[in-house]
Design a binder for this molecule. Structure first.
Ligand SMILES: Cc1cc2nc3c(=O)[nH]c(=O)nc-3n(C[C@H](O)[C@H](O)[C@H](O)COP(=O)(O)O)c2cc1C
Length: 365
C-alpha cells in the first residue's frame, strides 16, 4: 500500500510535512533545487533582508559532539562520538534581494508542487522599516513564493530593532504583521525566539494580528566552549566571541516545551515545530504536541555527502512516517497531532503518594 503523506498546513498543500528550515541548506537556488530533487516538501529560504550583512572572519558554524568514554561536549574530532548540537553566529543571507528574486521564480517554476516560504527580516520603530517589510513581502510574493516567514528571532543582531530583540515587544509584533498583511495576501508564518519570557503572549499577539502560524524554535542564545588547555574558545575571531545560537539534538526537549506551551494556549492555531529533529521520533514528538509542519536544519547540514541538504534524511523521514502511519492504521498525521496536549498539566496535578498535597501552599485544597 502506498501511503499518501500529503499535508495541508496554513492553507498550503505539502507533498509531505518535512521542510528545510531557514539556514544554509536553503541559502541558494542550487541547494534548494537539490533539496526538492531529494524529496523535501518545502523550504523556508535563508532569511532575506535589505540591510548590510557581513559575516565574521572565521567559521560561522561548528558541530559539537559528545561520547561515552569521556562525555564532554566539543567540536574536537574524536572516535565514537555522536552529534550533540550545532553552534552558529551566522547572520542572515548576504545574497541581496535582487539576486534572490529571479532564483525564487526559477525554483517555483521548476517545482510548482513544492512549497517555497520566503523568510524575511527588516527593522522596527519607524515607517521606513515598515516599508522595508512590505517591500520584501511584495517582492517575494510577486515571484511566486507560497508564504512568508517573518524572522522575529535571529539571536545575533547588534541592531536592537531586529530579530530576537523585537520578539518580546507585542506592539512591534502587531505593527510588523499589520504592515505585511496589508501588503500581501499569502499565509504569514512568524518565527519567534525561544528565549523570550513572554513567548505565549507574543504568539497570541501574532495570531491575533493575522499570523497563520508560529514557527518555533529558532536557535537558543548560547556561547561556545573554551578549551582548558589552549584557553581558546572552540570558535573565535582574534580571541573574541559573542552570543550565538545553539541548535540540533541538544535543544529538542526545550523546543518541545515551547511548542507545547503555545499549542496548549492556542490549540486551534497552526504551529511549525523546529529544533533537534534528526529522524521520525523527534518529528513525532513535535506532532503530538500540536505541530502540523516540521522544519529541520542541523541534521541536514550534518549529513555527509548530501551537500548539506539531507538527501538520506528526507528519505528516512518520509519512509519512517509512512511505515508508522501504515502500522498504526492512521490516514495522516492529523490522526495523532496534538494527542499529548491534555497530558501536560500543572505539577500539583501529578499524583503524590499522599492525597493532600496542595501545590506547595499551606492549606489543603
Ligand atoms: C548556521 C545556521 C544559520 C541559520 N540561519 C537562520 C536564518 O537565517 N533565519 C532563521 O530564521 N533561522 C536561522 N537558523 C535557525 C534554523 O532555521 C533553526 O531554527 C534552528 O537551527 C533549529 O533547528 P535544528 O535544531 O533542526 O537545527 C540558522 C541555523 C543555523 C544552524
Amino acid at each position: 500500500m502506498t501511503i499518501d503523506l500529503t499535508t495541508h498546513f496554513t492553507g498550503l498543500k505539502f507533498v509531505n510535512p518535512f521542510v528545510l528550515a531557514s539556514a544554509p541548506p536553503t541559502e541558494s537556488k542550487r541547494k534548494i533545487m537539490k533539496a526538492f530533487d531529494a524529496g523535501w516538501g518545502g523550504v523556508v529560504t535563508k532569511t532575506i533582508g535589505l540591510h548590510p550583512v557581513e559575516n565574521v572572519a572565521g567559521p560561522k558554524t561548528i558541530y559539537q559532539r559528545t561520547g561515552e568514554t569521556k562525555p564532554y561536549v566539543s567540536r574536537e574530532k574524536r572516535p565514537d562520538t555522536v552529534s550533540h548540537s550545532s553552534w552558529n553566529w551566522e547572520l542572515i543571507s548576504d545574497q541581496p534581494l535582487d539576486q534572490w528574486l529571479p532564483d525564487l521564480k526559477e525554483i517555483k517554476t521548476a517545482y510548482p508542487d513544492r512549497m517555497v516560504i520566503a523568510s524575511i527580516m527588516a527593522g522596527a520603530g519607524n515607517d521606513e522599516e515598515m516599508a522595508n517589510w512590505q517591500k520584501l513581502a511584495r517582492a517575494c510574493v510577486d515571484v511566486g513564493c507560497d508564504a512568508l516567514e517573518l524572522n522575529l528571532s535571529c539571536p545575533h543582531m547588534d541592531r536592537k530593532d531586529m530579530g530576537a530583540h523585537i520578539a518580546n515587544d507585542e506592539d512591534i509584533i502587531r505593527w510588523v504583521l499589520k504592515a505585511v498583511t496589508d501588503a500581501v495576501d499569502v499565509p504569514i508564518w512568524v518565527k519567534l525566539t525561544p528565549s523570550s519570557s513572554s513567548l505565549v503572549s507574543g504568539a497570541a499577539a501574532a495570531y491575533a494580528a493575522g499570523a497563520s502560524s508560529i514557527s518555533l524554535c529558532n536557535t537558543f542564545p548560547s556561547l561556545p566552549l573554551m578549551d582548558p588547555e589552549t584557553l581558546k574558545f572552540e570558535v573565535e575571531v582574534d580571541g573574541l566571541v559573542t552570543s550565538g545560537g545553539q541548535a540540533g539534538l541538544a535543544i529538542l526537549n526545550q523546543a518541545l516545551e515551547r511548542v507545547s506551551s503555545i499549542s496548549r494556549a492556542h490549540p486551534d492555531q497552526a504551529i511549525s515545530g523546529i529544533g533537534g529533529i534528526k529522524g521520525f521520533r523527534e518529528a513525532f514528538n513535535f506532532i503530538v504536541h500540536g505541530a502540523g509542519n516540521l522544519q529541520i536544519c542541523t541534521a541536514a547540514m550534518e549529513e555527509k555527502g548530501s551537500g548539506g541538504v539531507g538527501v538520506k534524511l528526507i528519505q528516512e523521514l518520509t519512509g519512517d512516517l509512512s511505515d508508522y502511519l501504515e502500522r498504526k492504521g492512521y490516514a495522516s498525521i492529523e490522526d495523532f497531532r496534538g494527542i499529548a496536549r491534555a497530558r501536560i498539566v500543572e505539577h500539583s496535578q501529578i499524583r503524590r503518594k499522599s492525597e493532600d498535597y496542595n501545590g506547595g501552599y499551606a492549606e489543603s485544597a
